[in-house]
Design a protein around this ligand. Structure first.
Ligand code: CAA
Length: 380
């Protein structure tokens, strides 16, 4: 078993890190404060292939592996978890759903511009009354001749206001429960499809999150993705991969928080010494570094199995659960090591502390990950 990254992967890490340090780091505080979605960054992300990381070159993608994907998300999250979240939602939810289950025509029409970064993708599952119980959604799509008519709304949609292309799940046969949900692709500008309230969030503020409304939104029948009634199962398959991305995001965020704490501790003096000489600080740093490494290995293992073509429901949820939970603790210790300076915006600690909470909620809460893990273990 060889756990080392290849030379190409080390180069990829250095390249994305340098990009994040140069193009993102100087703006982190302003984007967070203004809740600004950095549209201006999108062409630069696209030029590096970061808006089509894992998609084949024939569909405009960079043709990278699932482990490469984790490296990219990690390095973005180390500097700005909000940007990493946008990149993960675009790649891992919207574009991925079309890549996995779309027809050839849908891939040409939607995946290619998404992977090239010419269009921004959104993905709508969650509703105001159905989060963890995703199959309890109320949005409907009814067949009307050669069209589908969508009615309802989605909540907490990443890129709900800035997205050009959205994959949306809707009930097509209420009596069939989870097997009566279908997926559709809808383009911005379609009559009856409009963004709703923009959320004012605790963290991840550079990533656009809003409500999306469907009022008699009529789309051609060929905008159904995959088989009718398979939308929920396909969603779970998309999330199996998406959760590896959120695990990588949590690892990168924890790495950024750990480095911020280490750098601060090396400078800060108390009782006549730098605080790194105190065991109270050393143990926090040792625990953080160990947890981050364990989370990274779980994440890469899930990604590695995915790129071997294996189903990773269990491994993805384990990685997402562990990485997000340790990231919360690392971000907490980062604030603690900074003391009072961890509580003010002049230092990066408080932002990591705010951003990190999303990782235990988005793409399935920690409680849902435990439910998925337990179901997988008990079904063997
Ligand atoms: N792969 C393949 N099939 C799967 C599957 C998987 N990973 N998971 C479930 N299925 C299948 C099941 O086998 C079942 O089919 P059968 O009846 O034929 O066996 C069918 O799908 C229904 O599954 P369940 O019975 O398990 O469904 P459930 O209602 O009990 O829900 C759940 C399961 C795990 C709780 C699921 O609802 C879930 O993951 N909830 C969390 C949703 C979530 O992560 N939301 C966040 C999305 S992010 C977002 O929306 C905003 C954004 O922009 C980022």
């Amino acid at each position: 078993m060889d756990c080392r990254l290849t030379e190409e992967q080390e180069l990829l890490r250095r390249t994305v890190r340098e990009f994040a340090e140069t193009e993102i780091r100087p703006h982190v505080r302003d984007w967070d404060q203004d809740q600004h979605f950095p549209t201006e960054l999108m062409p630069k992300l696209a030029a590096l292939g970061l808006l089509g990381i894992q998609f084949p070159e024939q569909y405009g993608g960079a043709g990278m592996t699932a482990v490469d994907y984790c490296i990219c998300i990690e390095e973005l999250a180390r500097v700005d978890p909000g940007v990493a979240l946008s990149v993960a939602a675009h790649n891992g939810l919207c574009a991925s759903h079309i890549a996995l289950f779309g027809s050839e025509a849908q891939k040409q029409a939607y995946l290619v511009p998404l992977a090239r970064g010419e269009k921004i993708g959104a993905w709508g599952l969650t509703e105001s009354t159905s989060g963890s119980d995703a199959a309890g959604m109320r949005t409907t799509a009814a067949r009307a001749g050669a069209c589908w008519v969508i009615n309802g709304s989605k909540t907490f949609t990443t890129h709900g206001r800035v997205g050009d292309v959205m994959v949306v799940m809707a009930v097509t046969n209420r009596a069939a429960g989870a097997k009566g949900i279908s997926a559709f692709v809808v383009e911005r500008g379609t009559p009856g499809f409009s963004p709703g309230k923009k959320e004012d969030k605790l963290g991840m503020r550079a990533s656009d999150t809003s409500e999306v409304l469907f009022e008699n939104c009529r789309i051609p029948a060929d905008q159904l993705i995959g088989e009718e009634g398979q939308g929920f199962v396909n969603t779970m398959q998309v999330l199996d991969a998406g959760r590896i991305g959120i695990a990588a995001l949590a690892v990168g965020l924890a790495q950024g928080a750990y480095e911020a704490a280490l750098n601060y501790a090396r400078e800060r003096k108390a009782f006549g010494r730098t605080i790194t000489s105190f065991q109270a600080i050393q143990f926090k740093l040792a625990d953080a570094a160990t947890k981050i490494e364990a989370a990274r290995l779980l994440t890469y293992r899930a990604a590695y199995l995915k790129q071997q073509g294996q189903r990773t429901t269990l491994e993805s949820s384990m990685a997402k659960l562990y990485a997000s939970e340790i990231a919360v603790r690392v971000a907490d210790d980062c604030v603690q090591i900074h003391g009072g300076y961890g509580f003010v915006k002049d230092y990066p600690a408080e932002k990591y502390f705010r951003d990190v909470k999303l990782t235990t909620i988005g793409e399935g809460t920690s409680e849902i990950q435990r439910l998925v893990i337990a179901r997988q273990l008990l079904s063997r």
